[in-house]
Design a protein around this ligand. Structure first.
Ligand SMILES: NC(=O)c1ccc[n+]([C@@H]2O[C@H](COP(=O)([O-])OP(=O)(O)OC[C@H]3O[C@@H](n4cnc5c(N)ncnc54)[C@H](OP(=O)(O)O)[C@@H]3O)[C@@H](O)[C@H]2O)c1
Length: 263
């Protein structure tokens, strides 16, 4: 996989002598990728998103993100999960993509133990209706209990059903809905500060709108879909576009694995 930015393995003078900007091409071990994508040190709360988009901005095709993805994209997806305390995901993505519990990966065991993390990230499903199938393995068979993140006004019978299935219910809103900034704070108070959201677009748009998204890991898929698919973030337009700076760009098979941090 080629590292396009930052360029690290050739001095500036060598590069300019050759009149081109070099990109280092090498195999990336799981550890090297995990180091590259490590959460910032310092112990603060950090919300990162991982999304894939087609060249023409589609965030899904036929209702799923898989047609836009690649083997390396799924590898990075797994690395980001392996580093996270919690994966925050909208209920519609859970329903459409058939979310399963996160698994414990041997390759991450030492790293996670050293970071004081459990064997696998907690999956936190954001929902107002709690119209979720609580008989699914996501709720009945996780390694660590799945969290349902909702508002205190959510339907009481569904809250009960979630708890009976083994889920932990956390409240981050006064009505049925979750307030995005409060969700980040509630998860952090629960000890889940290395946060990863996998969308979907309606949820991500709210994190952007609340200005709590610290980092975007965006895979640019070398595909075009046309049509009217959702973009990676939806909902109301923000008053002023949020600015990000590029932190790294990797390339494999025409896919760009970009990482941007909020300025
Ligand atoms: N390109 C990518 O990387 C990517 C990533 C993920 C998903 N996707 C695609 O995106 C599509 C699904 O995304 P989506 O945007 O339609 O839905 P979504 O964001 O995954 O989920 C929306 C649902 O989440 C719950 N929700 C969202 N905000 C909430 C809030 N503030 N309070 C309480 N509940 C809240 C609601 O659930 P309830 O209805 O239960 O109340 C809402 O219906 C799928 O096609 C999927 O394949 C793409």
């Amino acid at each position: 996989m080629r590292q396009l930015f930052p360029v690290t393995d050739m001095t500036a003078s060598t590069a300019s002598d050759q009149g081109w900007s070099p990109a280092s091409d090498r195999e990336w071990s799981l550890d090297a990728l995990a180091d590259a994508y490590a959460y910032p040190e310092g112990g603060g709360t950090w919300l990162r998103a991982n999304m894939v988009s087609s060249l023409d901005g589609a965030g899904q095709h036929d209702g799923r993100s898989q047609p836009l993805s690649s083997e390396t994209d799924m590898r990075i997806f797994g690395i980001l999960r392996g580093l996270a305390d919690v994966v925050v995901v909208g209920a519609e993505t859970v329903r459409l993509e058939g979310y399963r519990p996160a698994r414990a990966r041997e390759a991450f065991a030492d790293r996670r133990a050293a970071a004081g993390q459990g064997p696998a990230p907690v999956i936190a499903v954001v929902s107002a209706s709690l119209d979720l199938d609580f008989s699914l393995p996501l709720f009945t068979e996780p390694l660590v209990p799945t969290v349902v993140l909702t508002g205190s006004g959510a339907p009481a019978d569904r809250i009960r059903a979630a708890r009976e299935a083994g889920a932990e219910v956390l409240f981050a809103g006064d009505g049925a809905r979750v307030m995005p900034a409060r969700a980040v704070a509630v998860l952090a108070e629960r000890g889940l500060r290395r946060q990863l959201t996998e969308g979907g677009p309606r949820l991500l748009g709210q994190f952007v709108g609340a200005d709590v998204l610290d980092e975007l890991c965006l895979t640019i898929s070398p595909t075009m879909t046309a049509g009217d698919a959702q973009r990676i973030a939806g909902g109301p337009t923000v008053a002023v576009p949020t600015r990000f700076r590029v932190a790294s760009v990797l390339e494999q098979d025409g896919f760009l694995f970009t990482r941007y941090r909020r300025i």
